[in-house]
Design a protein around this ligand. Sequence first.
Ligand code: CP
Length: 321
Amino acid sequence: MSAGFPHQHLLSIDQLDATEVTQILDAAAAFIEVSRRPVRKVPTLRGKTVINMFFEASTRTRTSFELAGKRLSADVVNISGSGSSLSKGESLLDTCRTVAAMQPDIVVIRHSASGAPQFVAQRLECSVVNGGDGAHEHPTQALLDAFAIRQALGTLSGLKVAICGDISHSRVARSNAALLRLFGSEVRFCAPRTLMPSRAETLGVKVFHRLDDALEGADVIMLLRIQRERLEGPLIPSLREYSRVYGVSQHHLELASERAIVMHPGPMNRGVEIHPALADSDRSLVLDQVEAGVAVRMAVLYLLSRGISAETVAQAARDGG
Ligand code: CP
C-alpha cells in the first residue's frame, strides 16, 4: 500500500508482524499528547472522510474512533444499525455500495457476523478497519491493550498474561493472544470448560480451568465479561456461581507477580468477573485503556490514510500537524 505502512486495511492482528504493531504503538505514543492539550485537534487528516458503521452496540470503540477522526480534522459520519436502512431490510452489500458512492477514505465497521469487515473490504475501494466482528477479532482493542501494557510495564515481551472469563465468545481474547504471541509473551486462557473454545491450544495459548493456577506469577490479568447477549443455553449455573469461582478480587493479586496490572476491555460487569474494589484500585488500567483507545485509533486512521512512516507521524504531532 505505501512505503510507511504496508496495509490498505486493518482487519486482523494476524496480518501484522511485530514491527508493524510497534509502528502503530509508536505513532499512538505521539498522538496521545494531542488528546492532553487544551486544543485537542491537529489538521493532519483535513479533507479526509471516515464513516463509522456500527451494527452492534458500542460505547468505547465507536466514540473513540469518532474522536480520533475529529482530533485529526477528518470529516466523521456515524451509521448505526437501528438508524440506517438496514433496519428496512437493505442488505449489508447494498449498504456498503451506497456508502462507497459517497467516496469515504476509511470505513470502520462493527458487525455481529464474523468476517463482515473482510466481506466489506473486498467490495470497497477505501480502507476498512475492523471495529469488532462477532467472536472473531477486535484488532484495535488488542493494539490499545498492548499500548497500555507497554506504557505500564515497559515491554510486551516475556510477560505472563492471564486472560480470564468468557473466552469462547471473545474477539478480544483472540486478538490479544495473537498480538502478545508476536512478542514472545506467554498467554493463558482461563474459563470454565463451557466458555472455553474447543482446541484453544491451537491458538498457541496455555489453557486453564482453575483461576488460581492461571493467575500464578501473572504480570497482566485481563478480565472479560460474560457476554449474556451471545450465550445460548445454560453455559453457567448462574452469575452468582460464576462470580464465586471465577470472579477476581484484590486478594487474587497475591498469586500474581508483584508488578501485576489488571485490565478489562469493558463494559465491566462489576461484582461478576471483577470485584468493584479491584476495578477502582491503583493496579487497574481500565481508564488508561480507554485513553489509549483514542490515541491508537488516531494512529490507525493516520497510517492507513496517509501511509507514511511513524517518524513522520511523531513530527506531525510535534508540529501540530
Ligand atoms: N471494548 C469495547 O469494544 O467496548 P465497546 O463495546 O463499548 O466498544
